[in-house]
Design a binder for this molecule. Structure first.
Ligand code: SMG
Ligand code: MG
Length: 347
């Protein structure tokens, strides 16, 4: 396979409802899609950076620039002939995991399409159906939160994730636990909003039998997460902190993560995501597939990843309609009353 042409497409999509997290509110999504043309055909990738560098240091304008001026030229110069050549060709550039991941995704897509091979089978899928969880933002009122969660339970989501921040944690979680009952898996995500001083406060969440608490402290505070993990009965899960295989190994060894959220973009692509999955399976660490408000392109690819055997917890892989009135793919992602069918979603 030989690279021929790169096309960057930037589209704006409104969200059906504002998505508020501890780091800000998104009302629309600035999406960067990548089309790679090779001598054997084309492939698509989705870059999961956001408009603002708030979830992480990456942002869409920066992604487009680094892809155009640095990453793609390096790939062409290296003469890559397969998706597995992409990461080594880009290794000398620091960071920019989401941009690197998007390029690798596009090359892998082209390679598999050319050989008529299946995305999910190639990654190592062992299932055709996966459970679907939903991520629920922060609201102005408890009533609004309650209504939204009730709607998602009706939609068929089997696990609820509540975004939390200081001032919006114990009481909303208590209300939702009472509302959905003890049988529905519930977890929380703070997106780095707390500090080590909040450890005893976060321990109050223990009474709600949560599946996990996701990234409560800043991404670089590995020691703080290890301290929290020792203090709390709720399993600590890391998202933002895990940007590579190396950080995954370290946070596990140091006792800072008992569960890992794997997002392909955050770790430099799907091939790296599979390696982290394999590491976690070997170490007995449960993983689940995170989401970055992807369009159907990234969402379908994530569904394939989430069907690997180590993904034992429901992912943030919701229906297209969770975020978008109209997705950009021909067949939007849907959730049935029990599970999402990857068999129907992926070739
Ligand atoms: O795609 O379902 C989704 C979103 C899931 O909450 C979600 N993602 O920290 O896990 C996370 C957030 C990051 C969103 S930033 C755009
Ligand atoms: Mg998260």
């Amino acid at each position: 396979m030989k690279l021929e042409r790169l096309e960057l497409r930037r589209i704006a999509l409104d969200l059906v409802t504002p998505f508020r997290t501890s780091f800000g509110v998104e009302t629309n999504r600035d999406i960067l899609l990548i089309k790679v043309t090779t001598d054997v055909g084309e492939g698509w990738g989705e870059c999961v950076s956001s408009h603002e560098p708030a979830y992480s240091s990456e942002f869409v304008e920066g992604s487009a620039l680094v892809i155009r001026d640095h990453l793609w030229p390096a790939m062409v110069a290296a003469g890559i002939s397969s998706a597995s050549d992409v990461a080594p060709a880009l290794q000398r550039y620091k960071g920019h995991q989401m941009s690197k991941g998007a390029l690798e995704m596009a090359v892998l897509d082209a390679e598999l399409r050319a050989n008529n091979r299946s995305w999910k089978r190639e990654l190592g899928s062992t299932r055709d159906r996966i459970p679907s969880g939903v991520s629920v933002g922060i609201f102005d009122t408890m009533d609004e939160l309650s209504r939204q969660v009730a709607g998602y339970v009706d939609d068929g989501y089997v696990r609820i994730k509540l975004k939390i921040e200081p001032g919006w944690d114990i009481e909303p979680v208590r209300m939702i636990r009472d509302q959905i009952g003890p049988g529905v898996p519930l977890q929380v995500d703070a997106n780095t909003a707390y500090t080590r001083d909040d450890i005893s406060h976060l321990c109050k969440l223990d009474e709600f039998d949560l599946l996990l608490i996701e990234q409560p402290l800043p991404e670089e505070d590995i020691l703080g997460h290890a301290q929290l993990a020792r203090a709390t009965a709720t399993p600590v899960c890391l998202d933002e902190s895990v940007v590579s295989m190396q950080t995954a190994v370290d946070v596990i060894e140091l006792g800072a993560a008992e569960i890992i959220n794997i997002k392909p973009g955050r770790v430099g692509g799907y091939l790296s995501a599979v390696r982290i999955h394999d590491l976690c399976v070997a170490r007995g660490v449960p993983v689940w597939c995170g989401g970055m408000v992807e369009t159907g392109i990234g969402r379908a690819a994530n569904a394939g990843l989430a069907s690997l055997p180590g993904f034992t917890l429901p992912g943030d892989i919701s229906a297209s309609t969770r975020f978008y009135a109209r997705d950009i793919v021909k067949d939007p992602i849907t959730v049935d009353s029990i599970t999402t069918s990857t068999a129907e979603l992926l070739p």
